[in-house]
Design a protein around this ligand. Structure first.
Ligand SMILES: [Zn+2]
Length: 195
């Protein structure tokens, strides 16, 4: 429903803030668009696949404290969501921004199913997960190459190429294209000169 869409959207100002926050974080240093497994290893988090009944029905995954001192936290992910790249990346984003690099997890963070994202903070975590997985600069470059292409590159091929490059769904890529274009437009309007 339209109303819900509106409520879901973060303001352009907020998305610019989040992009900057990501740029200054350890994730920029580690490198963008890495897999959940690479990041988990880098941050000493254990990814543990669990039975769907082990987490509540509206939850895909949870970041919880670890009993094993070898790990700083455990990401429990339902087996049915294991293939969804975003599920674990979401938890890793919680780790970086809510727990802090190098610190042990001391409370539980969850990822709710789509449409059950309860608050602004969770939406910001989801935004950061998309932004990390499909970096702003790379996306902007791809979009401007597409827009300048002559003869015009096929739009469906363009989107399909991005889906393949980032291992993301069609819907996720389209959403990210809209976000990146919105930020670029805003920066142009406010006279922000990008490098
Ligand atoms: Zn969450």
């Amino acid at each position: 429903m339209q109303m819900f869409f509106k409520k879901d959207n973060l303001s352009v100002k907020k998305t610019i803030e989040l992009e900057e926050k990501l740029e200054k974080s350890i994730l920029a240093e580690v490198g963008y668009a890495k897999t959940d497994k690479e990041l988990a290893e880098r941050f000493r988090l254990k990814i543990q696949e669990v039975n769907d009944t082990e987490l509540s029905s509206d939850t895909e995954a949870a970041l919880i404290p670890s009993d094993d001192s070898e790990y700083l936290g455990v990401i429990k992910v339902k087996s049915s969501y294991q293939e969804n790249l975003f599920t674990c990346i979401h938890e890793i984003i919680h780790y970086v921004f809510d727990v802090g690099y190098g610190k042990p997890v001391s409370s539980t963070f969850e990822r709710k199913k789509r449409g059950k994202t309860p608050d602004d903070h969770e939406q910001e975590i989801n935004y950061l997960a998309a932004s990390y997985s499909m970096p702003y600069d790379q996306m902007l470059k791809a979009i401007s190459e597409y827009e300048k292409s002559s003869p015009k590159m096929d739009e469906l091929k363009f989107v399909a190429g991005l889906c393949e490059r980032y291992h993301q769904s069609w819907e996720t890529v389209l959403r990210r294209i809209r976000e990146v274009k919105r930020i670029a437009k805003e920066k142009k309007k406010t006279g922000f000169i990008s490098a």
